[in-house]
Structure formats: structure tokens, C-alpha cells
Design a protein around this ligand. Structure first.
Ligand SMILES: C[S@@+](CC[C@H](N)C(=O)[O-])C[C@H]1O[C@@H](n2cnc3c(N)ncnc32)[C@H](O)[C@@H]1O
Length: 183
């Protein structure tokens, strides 16, 4: 139930997701449910040297595997923690906000109240800049109905994955300075 999938994301899906992040500047990125790290490796490959990537993985074994995998990269920190701990983890690291949250957790099976609470926390933690966004890849696009507080939403369907997935970007702001928006 927690993992919700036995097949990791495809290369095509990983690229589609990564293309939605502006890596041209240092970014604070949180990833929820990295699993064995298939999206993480792409983020790490593209990330600016001064970026930070915070990984939240509930499964102890997977968290240990991620720690070993990214031990040589100071930009990456692994937390064997619930995604809902994002505000506390940011605070502990002396950060007030982040630029992107990439979520691979099975949001659709969360009880509605928990889902909405987590989405509100993510919204509150995102920096109020044009590029900042929550990115999700999911079989259904049901989250759109719970994300009314995100003023801009973009969605596309990725057929090259088993199963096909919606890739949806929920932006923090309605508008602003689009100069940093280069996807
Ligand atoms: C479907 S797998 C995704 C794995 C990988 N990101 C991929 O694309 O193949 C979901 C992952 O989310 C983790 N997970 C589920 N709920 C979580 C939560 N509340 N906080 C952090 N991780 C969670 C699971 O342990 C699992 O590793």
C-alpha cells in the first residue's frame, strides 16, 4: 500500500518530469517517495552544484539504500521520514522554503484529510516565486480536485510508462517574474 507500484518509473517518464524543473540556478528540491532513486539520479545529474536535494522516504531499507547511493554527493540529504515532515526538516536545515517538491508517493490512497493537510504543507513551504511548484506523477489526476489553492496547474499524460501517468505541475503563484521560468 505504501509503495503502490512494483515497477520503477520509465526513462521517458523520468525525463518528462525532470524537464519541468528549471535547473539553471541553485534550487532547494524536496523529493517525496524516491524509492530506489530513479528520479533522484536524474535530478542529481541535472542539478546546479549549489543546489540541495532533500529525500523523504518512509521505507527504512530504501532510505538506507539511498544513503549509500548518494553518500558521495553533499547536495543530497536522505531522511527516513514522512513527507509531512517537510516543514520541520526545512527548519532544521535553516531553510524557510523550497523551490520544488517532486512527489512519487501514492497520494490517491491517502485519506482525504491527510492528503489535503500534506498539500497545504507543501504549498506553505514553496517559495512565492514564479517557478516554484509541486510536481507529481500519478495514474489518476484526482489531486487536481484537492489543489484548488495552487493558482496555476499544468498537466500532461505520459503514455511511455507502465502504467501511463499524468505528470502535473501545481504552481505556487499565479504570476510574477517569468524570467526564471525556462522549462
Ligand atoms: C510508487 S513508489 C515510487 C518510487 C519511485 N519514485 C519511482 O518513481 O519509481 C512510492 C514510494 O513512496 C514511499 N512513500 C509512501 N508514502 C510516503 C510518505 N508519506 N513519505 C515518504 N515516502 C513515502 C514508499 O515507501 C515508496 O518508496
Amino acid at each position: 500500500m505504501q509503495v503502490a507500484s512494483i515497477i520503477p518509473s520509465s526513462r521517458a517518464l523520468i525525463r518528462r518530469v525532470a524537464k519541468k524543473i528549471d535547473f539553471t540556478e541553485p534550487r532547494i528540491i524536496a523529493e517525496f517517495g524516491p524509492g530506489e532513486g530513479c528520479h533522484t539520479r536524474e535530478l542529481v545529474r541535472r542539478m546546479h552544484p549549489d543546489s540541495q536535494l532533500l529525500l523523504f522516504e518512509l521505507d527504512a531499507e530504501l532510505a538506507g539504500h539511498l544513503r549509500a547511493q548518494f553518500a558521495g554527493d553533499e547536495r543530497v540529504a536522505v531522511f527516513h521520514a514522512d513527507a509531512a515532515d517537510l516543514p520541520q526538516v526545512l527548519l532544521k536545515r535553516g531553510l524557510n522554503e523550497c523551490d520544488y517538491v517532486l512527489s512519487g508517493i501514492p497520494f490517491s490512497i491517502l485519506p482525504v484529510a491527510r492528503k489535503r493537510e500534506l498539500l497545504q504543507r507543501v504549498y506553505d513551504c514553496l517559495t512565492p516565486q514564479y517557478h516554484a511548484a509541486l510536481l507529481i506523477y500519478q495514474v489518476t489526476n484526482e489531486l487536481v480536485g484537492h489543489c484548488r489553492h495552487f493558482p496555476r496547474i499544468e498537466s500532461e499524460y505520459c503514455l511511455q510508462n507502465i502504467p501511463p501517468m499524468f505528470v502535473t505541475k501545481f504552481y505556487k503563484t499565479a504570476n510574477g517574474n517569468p524570467r526564471t521560468h525556462r522549462i
